[in-house]
Design a protein around this ligand. Structure first.
Ligand code: KIV
Length: 270
């Protein structure tokens, strides 16, 4: 696959422009300085300090135990290693339950180096999204499978399979865009629903387990490198065929997102 150039000064404007020009962008989770540097040097446009760190770094069986201190620490590490990617960070479980908490915690992530904060939910996070947007904090709304609600959902299952649920996801995504969300992330939804949401919104949509039609793709770093204990259907190990170790695997991932060979039908829910 073709060599990618380093990500340079990626902003929300870059992502919007890529959506309007029909270009795909690549995102990965990052949790430390060393990998942040490898990823941004390989051309990954967006690095997410995800609360998935609770599972892949800390060994928990969900993201719920992750604290704000954990998030700020890993955000600071990633900021030091980054060279040009847009940095996004998760507000962890229960860190945006009240207005005061939301503002304090989002500010801590921004001070630690985040350019965008991500929070999970549908219509119920519209007011929180507006609160942040009005105060100059860019928001990525995470819909579909929302891992912080795993106990309510009853497991890590595909969302939006029935028509009513799919329609609700489209309407709530529009509501969040109107409330000021700058990016939407869709996790584990059927490909056709992700396509409908991407077409219905002006803002870029990032997908994971959401098929090939979203503006960007994201994966958990440990999944791309084949070191996660479980391998969901939407995961591809890019390290096993890499000719240049980890940097080569990341460049291959970026190239596959851009030429749309990833995600392939076998990684997609229909
Ligand atoms: O926390 C995380 O890593 C995420 C990704 C799965 C998108 O939210």
């Amino acid at each position: 696959m073709s060599a990618q150039s380093k990500a340079t000064n990626i902003t929300l404007t870059t992502l919007n422009k890529m959506k309007s020009q029909g270009e795909k962008f690549a995102c990965l989770t990052a949790y430390d300085a060393c990998f942040a540097n490898i990823l941004s040097s390989a051309g990954v446009e967006v690095l997410l300090v995800g609360d998935s760190l609770g599972m892949v770094l800390q060994g928990h069986d969900s993201t719920l135990p992750v604290t704000m201190d954990d998030m700020v620490y890993h955000m600071q590490c990633v900021k030091r290693g980054n060279s040009g990617s847009l940095l996004m960070a998760d507000l962890p479980f229960m860190s945006y339950a009240s207005e005061v908490q939301t503002l304090e915690n989002a500010a801590s992530l921004m001070r630690a180096g985040a350019n965008v904060v991500k929070l999970e939910g549908g219509a119920w996070i519209a007011n929180t999204t507006r609160l942040l947007a009005e105060r100059g904090i860019p928001v990525c709304a995470h819909m579909g499978l929302t891992p912080q609600s795993v106990n309510r959902i009853g497991g890590f299952h595909v969302q939006g399979r029935d028509t009513n649920q799919a329609q609700l996801i489209i309407e709530e995504a529009q509501m969040l865009q109107e409330a000021g969300a700058n990016v939407l992330l869709l996790e584990c939804v059927p490909s056709k629903l992700a396509e409908a949401v991407t077409d219905a919104l002006e803002i870029p949509v990032i997908g994971i387990g959401a098929g090939p039609h979203t503006t960007g793709q994201i994966m958990v770093l440990h999944d791309v490198l084949g070191v996660s204990p479980i391998t969901p259907k939407f995961v591809k190990n890019f390290l096993q065929d890499s000719k240049d170790g980890i940097p080569g695997a990341i460049r291959d991932y970026v190239a596959a997102v851009k030429d749309q060979s990833f995600p392939a039908p076998e990684h997609t829910f229909n």
